[in-house]
Design a protein around this ligand. Structure first.
Ligand code: NAD
Ligand code: MG
Length: 383
């Protein structure tokens, strides 16, 4: 039996993880969960899975929910959360908190040398250099559940060596505005941008998907996860979201991973390790398959270029990119900036902040606050 600690249990990834656990109850146990404040969802999870420990960040949610379950251990302090993540009883930590907020817990898990299934790409983008080094030095195993990265992971040999790789395609669905130039997207509303054609996801990643920033975050994520130069990766639009990545080897063979868009597939792969976990899934209709692959849109080439520069530069560059984007998405979702201004906020904030080489998580946290403040100033200057 594997004990799982699910960070971000009430979100979209959290939901998919719970479904895979439920379908494999004989070998997977939900040992603990962490979430921000969705007590209704937490109640449902407790009733169904009886986790030993429940961390709620929000004080009110913590108080009101803990009163209802006297036999469950409820946690609310940083120290409690750190002890839970580091506990010897935890076999697998799933990092599925959204945004920079997930960095702290990813770091604790890496420091404790845990097996980490990582969905929280923002941790890797903002802190790749330090995070991967820490994980390496502590013997923490990092397994991607982002679908494209899990696909690459599956297409590599069992020792995960990349020495014979020629190039890797990371596919992108293209989001709801596929084929529409930025110049025609000025007036789109959050509800249009949230309406993803293939995937049901949390609001932040749905907007990232609509802007294609998600693919740029994923390029940086891939550069760190597989320790490969960005030049190895091609970003390609694939509207059907069936081929998640293609690894081509130096001998000319291309190995791809396919599935219908369903996050339970990469999650089951990552949770199973050497074992294939059975889940219910929709078959690909191969006799009726129409797959298209289109170049990354040329009006997003400066965005892609920025992401490639970040891969080459490292240091604080990924953190600034991520912070500016998080603020821009937050303000777009509140209807306070236009869709196309998300790009302006990213580029202008990036220009304003001098880059540095943070050495530890405390410095990363300070820089994150600074970058977010700068992004807010940029937003003020737009209106
Ligand atoms: P979501 O918004 O649906 O859920 C976010 C979760 O994080 C919630 O459980 C929330 O309670 C928790 N959370 C937020 N702030 C917190 C805090 N300070 N402390 C504790 N918990 C906190 O997001 P999502 O779509 O599930 O995405 C989660 C992560 O996975 C993101 O980094 C995203 O980029 C990545 N990802 C998501 C998908 C997807 O299909 N949804 C695919 C690939 C990668
Ligand atoms: Mg992805």
């Amino acid at each position: 039996m594997k004990n799982i600690l699910l960070l971000g249990a009430t979100g979209s990834i959290g939901n998919s993880v719970l479904s895979v656990i439920e379908q494999n109850k004989d070998i997977l146990n939900l040992y603990g969960i962490a979430a921000r404040n969705n007590s209704a969802k937490v109640k449902t999870i407790i009733k169904k899975f009886s986790p030993n420990h429940v961390y709620l960040e929000d004080q009110d949610a913590y108080k009101s929910t803990s009163e209802l379950f006297p036999n469950t251990s409820f946690l609310n302090t940083d120290k409690d959360l750190e002890d839970l993540i580091s506990s010897e009883d935890v076999d697998i930590v799933i990092s599925a908190i959204v945004g920079f907020a997930g960095l702290k817990t990813s770091f604790i898990a890496a420091n404790a040398g845990k097996k980490i299934l990582i969905a929280n790409k923002e941790s890797i983008v903002a802190a790749g250099d330090i995070f991967m080094k820490l994980a390496d030095s502590k013997g923490a195993e990092i397994i991607p559940i982002d679908s494209e990265h899990n696909a690459i992971f599956q297409c590599l040999p069992s020792n995960k060596s990349t020495k014979d790789v020629n190039n890797i395609i990371i596919t992108a669905s293209g989001g709801p505005f596929i084929g529409t130039p930025i110049s025609e997207l000025t007036e789109v509303k959050p509800e249009d941008a949230l309406n993803h054609p293939n995937w049901e996801m949390g609001s932040k990643i749905s907007i990232d998907s609509a802007t294609l920033v998600n693919k740029c975050l994923e390029l940086i994520e891939a550069r760190y996860l597989f320790n490969l130069n960005q030049k190895y990766f091609d970003l390609v639009i694939h509207p059907q979201s069936i081929v998640h990545s293609v690894v081509t080897y130096v001998d000319g063979s291309s190995i791809a991973q396919l599935s219908n868009p369903n996050m339970e597939v990469p999650i089951a792969n990552a949770l199973g390790g050497n074992q294939k976990l059975p889940i219910s899934f929709k078959d690909i209709n191969f006799s009726n398959l129409d797959l298209n692959f289109i170049n990354f849109p040329s009006d997003r080439s400066s965005l892609e270029e920025l992401a490639r520069n970040i891969c080459d530069t490292g240091g604080s560059s990924g953190l600034v990119f991520n912070a500016a984007n998080e603020i821009a998405v937050e303000y777009f979702l509140k209807n306070q900036i236009k869709f196309s201004q998300i790009y302006d906020v990213i580029f202008r904030t990036f220009e304003l902040i001098p880059l540095s080489n943070p050495a530890d998580i405390e410095t990363l946290n300070e820089l994150n606050i600074e970058a977010r403040m700068e992004a807010k100033k940029v937003i003020k200057s737009l209106s």
